[in-house]
Structure formats: C-alpha cells, structure tokens
Ligand binder design. Structure first.
Ligand SMILES: [Zn+2]
Length: 480
C-alpha cells in the first residue's frame, strides 16, 4: 500500500440520514475498503477524510460487523476512535522517531536452556481456563473477571519465584468497561527502554453465534505469553531492558485497549524498543509453522530480527520449526496500535493469509478443536528468543576491563585467578550466572588464589573481581 500525506477532504452531505436504531462510531480503516463499503452501505457510513492509506469514517454497528466479516483475515479491520477529532487526528499523525535497537544474537547458552523448559501442557491449562468463561466479549462481566483472574495467576507466579523486581497492574480504559493487565519485569541497567509482548484477552462471536470461547482467538496467545513468563521465572532471568507482557481489553471492537495504552506510552514519551503481538498461536493451517506478517505498518527491521532468530535457534535440532511470510491487512491486531504511534511492531501469525483457524469468532473455537499445543509451543519459543535477545540479560558494569589484567582458568571445578598488576589486591569476588544473577560472593585479600565451585552446575558464568583500588575486572568462564 502506498502512503501519502495528501489529505483529500470529502464534504459531508447534510442530507445524510442514518438508520434510527443503529449505534454509530468513529473509526479509521483502509482507504480503499472505505470506498467499497460506502457503496454497499451508503446510508450507514460517512467518509470524513482520507489519504492514500487510510480513511476516517463514521459507521454504524452493522457496517462494523460487515467489515469484520468480509475484509480481513483476522482483526476487526478498523480502529475505533473516540471522537471525530480523534479520527481525523489519526490521519495526520506524524511518525515519531523510533528508538534504535542493536539487534544481536549473543545469548545462545541461556536461550537454549529456556527453550528446553517450554511445556505445552502449561499452555493447554491456561487455554482451558480462559475458554471456560464463555464469551469474553468486552462488555460482559466475565471479560473483566478473566482479566482480574489472569492478574492473580501472574501475581502468584511472581511471588512463588520470590521476585520483587516484577509486578502487575490493571490498566483501566475510557472506551470499554473491560480493563487490560500489564506485567512488568524491571530492567536492571536500562529500565527506561521497553521490550513489550502482548495479546488480547477478549473474544467475540459473529451475530449468529452467542458463544465465543475464543480458545485460539486469543486464549492461545495469552497462554503462550504466560508460558514465556513461567520459563523466565524458572530461570531467574533478570533483563537489562524492561520487559512488559500485556493482555489487552476489547481488541475485537477496534483495538480499543491497545490503542489507549500505546497512546499513553507515546504521550509519556516511553521508549518502546520493540513490540511483538501474539494473537492466535495454536492452529496449524499452512505448510510452514510461523508466518511473519509483512504489512507496511510493521517494522521490517524487527521482522528481519525475528527471522534471524528462527534461522539461528530453530533451523535444526530439538527446537526446529519453519516460517514463512503473509499479510494481515489494516488494523489486523493490537500491534497496529503500537505501529500507529511510531513504535517498531511485529506480528508472527499461526498460518498464511486465509488458512488460519476457520472456527474463530464462533462457538467452535475450542481447545477440543485445536486438540494440542504443538503449534503454540513454537510461538512460546520464538517469544523467549525475542525477549532474551532484545532485552538482554543484566549487563554487569565493567570499569576497567582488560583480559591482560587478570588470568583465570577453571580446573576440577576450581576457579584459579592471578592478578597481573600486583600493585593492587583483589578484595571481593562475585560470580554471576548467564541470567545475570549473583550466585557467589566472597571477600578476599590477595593477588592470586583459587575458589572451589563444586556445587555449581555446568554452564557459562561471569566472574567479577573488585580490586582495592576500586576498579573491577570481569571475565566470562565455562564450568564443565
Ligand atoms: Zn484475535
């Protein structure tokens, strides 16, 4: 789709009369779709303004259903706007400068330890809990209850892990009675840089169906996010950047929850390094496993990074799976909200365009239809790879790093060290695991010595020697 900043104002006809019994909303939608739906529903729709990419519209509830059912493969196909001004403002929005993130793959050992822990049964458990609420439509009380219960589930996981650097909060919305819930893992070194993943916890049914268990759409995404958190807690992961996990309200009625949150982050000037959406992870409908959506509002850089991660970690071996690319169209899912505010956003999807779960938005969107979590497990793995490599484990401050300044070697589970410059002594030795957690600390007073590490498990560690002169020396070592 081409983008143009040229606004074509279309004058409102004063004589337009709307159906009396229909509720109207302001929204933005694909510009070409807007023209098409205007011909289908001339009295139910007004195009307020448009550019080459999107249109600001005033549409009836019937039109929103018509768009939802006919346009896109997944999402509502429009983005709710709370007023005419907000709809017009969305067309004029200038993309803010994106935070530059240095995408690198450096955490092999730790990532692979995490991938080994992903458990499909845990994903199934959460999907089954969510589908048991019945329809989680945003105006129903059980939708709010599902959010509050998910917060309790996350809180219990955090307190069981004994973590005080992780917390949850409820985000209350203006345009829906349903709240969203956000889990935050504080970044140890650069807490002002955010790496965010999310999915929507509401569900919807087509008008003919009054039940929408929403097992795949999107209990599967929420369950997949929860499994990522479980694994990171099990490995005591301390990130360098702040990680947030979000379960959004009211995605199905125009990305309402995610739009309000992304708008607040943009107004507050929050540096969101990257946003990745998990919406439908459990149905394998295409030849490949994960499909990266390449709509123009998605970040090409971030998409490339996700594909590099899969090339690196999932090309072969125990965690192998395949990927392809597809498109999902305007307002496809909550990542579009983040993209609207100029953030780098991506959306790995369960299948190619049109080959996704045929039962979504119906009573048949159940776990029984999905049958297993083999597909969702792959998304949990990609999500972990992304979180760990994008947020990075805690980086230890190194004031005077030089490999020449200190000799270390490990033999028979004993760390031997020798300071080359004997003008200063070592006064403290600290050892950290690959997750950045301190696993050893001892006061010393010498220039060389040895430390027994018999109780340590195999793997990479980082030694930090603090010297009398206040400098510190850091070196990585492997324990066999
Ligand atoms: Zn969805």
């Amino acid at each position: 789709m081409k983008k143009s900043i040229t606004l074509i104002l279309i004058l409102l006809l004063t004589a337009v009369s709307f159906a009396q019994d229909s509720k109207f909303i302001y929204a933005t939608m694909d510009a070409a779709d807007a023209v098409y739906f205007k011909t289908l529903h001339p009295d139910e729709m007004t195009i307020l303004a448009s550019n080459d990419y999107q249109a600001a519209v005033f549409i009836s509830e019937e039109v929103t259903h018509s768009i939802h059912d006919n346009v896109t493969t997944h999402g509502p196909g429009y983005i709710f706007r709370s007023s005419k001004e907000k709809a017009l403002e969305a067309l004029e929005r200038v993309e803010p400068k994106k935070l530059l993130i240095d995408y690198t793959i450096t955490e092999d050992a730790f990532v692979n330890e995490c991938l080994d822990l992903v458990d499909g049964q845990k994903i199934e458990d959460v999907i089954r809990v969510l589908e048991d609420y019945g329809t989680r439509y945003h105006t129903r009380p059980q939708a709010e209850q599902a959010v509050l219960d998910l917060q309790t589930r996350w809180d219990n996981m955090i307190s069981a892990a004994g973590r005080t650097d992780i917390h949850t909060r409820i985000f209350t919305h203006v345009n829906t009675p349903m709240p969203s819930v956000i889990l935050t893992i504080d970044g140890a070194n650069t807490p002002d840089e955010f790496v965010i993943i999310g999915g929507h916890i509401d569900s919807t049914a087509s008008p003919s169906d009054d039940d929408a268990p929403g097992a795949d759409d999107d209990a599967s995404g929420i369950a997949t996010l929860t499994e990522m958190v479980r694994v990171l807690l099990a490995k005591n992961f301390v990130p360098n950047r702040t990680i947030e996990v979000m379960a959004f309200a009211a995605e199905e009625v125009g990305l309402v929850g995610s739009d309000e949150i992304a708008a607040k982050y943009a107004v507050d000037g929050v540096d969101v390094a990257a946003y990745v959406q998990f919406d439908m992870t459990a149905y394998k409908g295409s030849a490949e496993d994960i499909y990266i959506t390449t709509d123009p509002y998605n970040s090409t850089e971030l998409n490339d990074f996700l594909m590099e991660l899969m090339d690196h970690y999932n090309g072969s071996g125990a965690h192998a799976f395949t990927y392809g690319t597809t498109i999902c169209n305007y307002g496809c899912s909550d990542h579009a909200s983040w993209a609207n505010y100029g953030y780098n956003a991506a959306f790995p999807f369960e299948a190619a365009f049109g080959e996704h779960n045929p039962n979504i938005h119906r009573a048949g969107d159940t776990f029984a239809f999905l049958n297993n979590t083999d597909h969702a497990v792959k998304f949990a793995k990609l999500g972990l790879e992304f979180l760990i490599e994008a947020a990075k484990p805690q980086i230890l401050s190194v004031e005077d790093f030089s490999e020449l300044a200190m000799n270390i070697y490990v033999k028979n589970k004993t760390l031997n060290y020798q300071l080359k410059n004997t003008a200063s002594n070592v006064k403290q030795l600290e050892i950290f695991n690959v997750a950045g957690q301190k696993v050893f600390s001892d006061a010393l007073n010498n220039a060389s010595g040895e430390v027994k590490l018999e109780h340590f498990s195999q793997g990479f560690y980082i030694s930090k020697f603090v010297l009398e002169n206040g400098h510190s020396l850091t070196q990585k070592f492997i324990l066999n």
